[in-house]
Design a protein around this ligand. Structure first.
Ligand code: C5P
Length: 231
């Protein structure tokens, strides 16, 4: 199933304390951003990549793309104040290039191609499909450090990206959110509020977002494990 992908990469990475874009930090000598881009560069179903960037970082990113032979990037629009605005900038730049569109955090370099394939199939069939994993811990709702209730974890999933949509659905959802001044923490929220069912595809616990320094250690361990397994 052919698709295009939007990668928001215009964050400041404050929680990483990197002093610059956290996506430039390296795992095994390669920037996190390149690890993520390589997944889509290698996937033959991916026909184009749109990368939201900070204007002042556009040149350094373009140099990186050349250095690592990333050829599928078709646009590098300026990102916005919030992640949702960065995604919108890419969607506007990409237009109706493909029937299916994926949104994926540039900070999640370990997404597996098999999950991408399941997501695109599910989105083609149902309109919207997002990646997630079941929670492992006991979950409680807490207010002022006091437990209000224990929540049935059987129904709880931790949601990740990629999030895959029929392009027209995501465009409508983004437009409506902009009109209503609604800010969501993921694209699914924008689609859910239109009353459209969003399907969840079981992903892997490896698909972590590089957010804090500890995540870099986890990232390094994942790469080591994959190297040992010959992946
Ligand atoms: O900060 P966080 O890790 O949650 O951001 C998720 C992704 O969204 C990152 O890849 C980051 O670069 C991107 N982002 C963006 N524009 C923003 C904020 C975050 O493109 N304004």
């Amino acid at each position: 199933m052919e698709y295009i992908v939007v990668l928001p990469a215009a964050g400041s990475g404050k929680r990483m304390n990197a002093g610059h874009n956290k996506l430039f930090l390296t795992l095994r000598d390669k920037p996190i951003l390149i690890h993520t881009l390589e997944v889509f560069e290698k996937d033959e179903n991916c026909t184009g990549i749109w990368l939201a960037v900070k204007p002042e970082e556009r040149e350094i990113i373009q140099d990186m793309l050349k250095q690592y032979h990333i050829t599928k990037v078709k646009g590098l629009p300026a990102g916005g104040e919030e992640r949702q605005h960065s995604v919108y900038a890419c969607i506007q730049a990409a237009g109706n290039e493909s029937e299916l569109i994926l949104v994926h955090d540039a900070a999640r370099p370990f997404i597996e191609p098999s999950v991408i394939a399941q997501l695109t199939n599910a989105a083609q069939k149902n309109g919207a499909a997002i990646a997630g994993v079941k929670v492992k811990d006991t979950m409680k709702r807490v207010h002022n450090n006091v437990i209000e209730e224990t929540v049935d974890r059987e129904q709880l999933w931790m949601i990740q990206t990629p999030q895959a949509f029929q392009t027209s659905i995501l465009i409508n959802a983004q437009k409506q959110a902009a009109q209503d001044d609604f800010l969501g923490t993921d694209e699914s929220m924008l689609v859910e509020r239109l009353g459209i069912a969003v399907h969840v595809v079981e992903s892997t616990y490896d698909n972590v977002k590089m957010t804090t320094r500890e995540d870099l250690l986890i990232g390094d361990a994942i790469l080591q494990k994959r190297q040992q397994e010959g992946m």
